[in-house]
Design a protein around this ligand. Structure first.
Ligand SMILES: Cc1cc2nc3c(=O)[nH]c(=O)nc-3n(C[C@H](O)[C@H](O)[C@H](O)COP(=O)(O)O)c2cc1C
Ligand code: SF4
Ligand code: SF4
Ligand code: SF4
Length: 375
């Protein structure tokens, strides 16, 4: 992210130290800008001077929150400030500050060069310009893609991304990372912009777009993202510090087959309270993956709680690996590949799995040439 003081001669690029390639590229770009005289003293003989400094973040997600980021630049622990005052009034060292993603500032030059009309001609009615997405997950072409606002999820996933590998079905896409929500297939044709994503319970965030195929369990997905936010909560306010932990415990129980009637409602209640009562965006958005997966895949939660089943076969405690005797040819491939020796059987005879030994790794399911093993 880029931080500028109004009327200032100094800006900061804040980037996580774990992204060494990004850091290197910034260093190269800043040095090149100095060589061309775009940065430094007396820029192009205007008498104006401007410096850019790279500040490395130590790996805390919350330091992406603007006021925690300011604290971090000032040399303190990265914890959000209560707003107002907003950074535009009182930001870095109490001075009026512009703080935005570098992608946002990168648009400014284009707007100055080509005019506001030109910029406004790209995108949707309210969301203008283009957006860079980091496309990843169960999609053939992964990488950074830049598309006009209003491009549909289908175009990004299937035209640009090349679709889902191994002939699997698209299940959801998660935008906005742990702060966002899942987008199910009925919204594949929704034009993506800030407003439409918010209206379906997700958000743009800084452009993460993770595609998931039919094999992904939505309860496990919510648990995964919540585990991340619990680890990354800075602990300053109680709803986020304690509330997210309670939600994670509920999800852990549900994925272990220990869910109880009323757990879904408890999750919804906690989620809505945490959204409303947390100080910063981390806590305010942490429940989104839970709320959106409950909204679109409530039946998966119910299957875990009532039937003690994981329909996607991802939650190990609820998965039983079985061999279909009608399909098994006794080839022995599964037995050879099982890492814990849970499979027994004579050549050309039906094989068996000892469920007391099986660790549900799923290797045999993928190795059986006759599709005789299922979970
Ligand atoms: C927990 C949390 C993490 C964030 N991480 C990032 C981040 O990694 N990159 C980013 O650009 N914005 C991040 N943001 C959003 C920024 O705080 C800020 O709102 C945004 O960058 C504003 O600039 P923009 O309008 O140019 O995107 C994060 C927000 C929160 C609450
Ligand atoms: S919402 Fe979470 S991350 Fe934000 S200030 Fe409160 S405890 Fe810290
Ligand atoms: S790999 Fe399949 S067909 Fe071969 S023994 Fe195992 S279950 Fe039977
Ligand atoms: S799931 Fe893994 S541990 Fe279980 S029987 Fe198959 S290969 Fe062995």
């Amino acid at each position: 992210m880029l931080v500028l003081l109004f009327g200032a001669n100094k800006g900061y690029i804040y980037v996580r130290a774990e992204y060494p390639i990004a850091v290197k590229r910034f260093e190269v770009a800043i040095n090149q800008a100095k060589e061309y005289g775009i940065l430094g003293k007396n820029i192009w003989n205007t008498g104006f001077e401007f410096e850019l400094e790279i500040r490395l973040g130590a790996g805390a997600f919350v330091c992406g929150e603007e006021t925690a980021l300011l604290e971090s630049i000032e040399g303190r622990r990265g914890q959000p400030r209560v707003k107002p005052p907003y950074p535009a009034n009182s930001g870095l060292w109490g001075k009026p500050t512009l703080i935005n993603n570098v992608e946002t500032f990168a648009n400014v030059t284009k707007i100055i060069l080509n005019g506001a009309q030109w910029y406004a001609s790209i995108g949707t009615e309210k969301s203008k310009g283009t957006k860079v997405f980091a496309l990843g997950g169960d999609v053939i072409n992964v990488g950074l893609v830049e598309v006009p606002m209003g491009t549909t999820l289908r175009e990004i996933v299937f035209d640009i991304g090349g679709g889902i590998p191994e002939g699997k079905e698209f299940k959801v896409a998660q935008t906005g990372g742990p702060s966002g929500g899942c987008i199910p297939k009925q919204y594949l044709d929704t034009p993506i912009d800030y407003e439409s994503l918010a209206s379906i319970g997700s958000m743009m965030g800084s452009g993460g777009l993770i595609v998931m195929d039919e094999r992904k369990c939505m309860v496990n997905l919510a648990k995964f993202y919540l585990g991340f936010t619990v680890d990354e909560s800075c602990g300053k306010c109680t709803p986020c510090r304690i509330g997210t932990k309670r939600m994670l415990e509920l999800l852990e129980r549900i994925t272990k087959g220990q869910g109880k009637n009323g757990d879904i409602e408890k999750l919804e209640k906690l989620a809505n309270m945490i959204k409303k009562a947390s100080i910063c965006g981390l806590g305010q958005t942490a429940p989104n993956p839970i709320l959106s997966t409950i909204k679109y895949f409530r039946e998966e939660y119910e299957a875990h709680i009532i039937k003690k089943e994981c329909p996607a076969g991802e939650c190990k405690a609820l998965t039983k690996i079985t061999i279909n005797p009608e399909l098994c040819k006794g080839c022995g491939i599964c037995k050879k590949n099982c890492p814990v020796g849970a499979i027994s059987g004579e050549p050309k005879k039906t094989h068996k799995i000892d469920s007391n030994i099986c660790i549900k790794c799923g290797v045999c399911v993928s190795k059986c040439p006759f599709k005789a093993i299922s979970k």
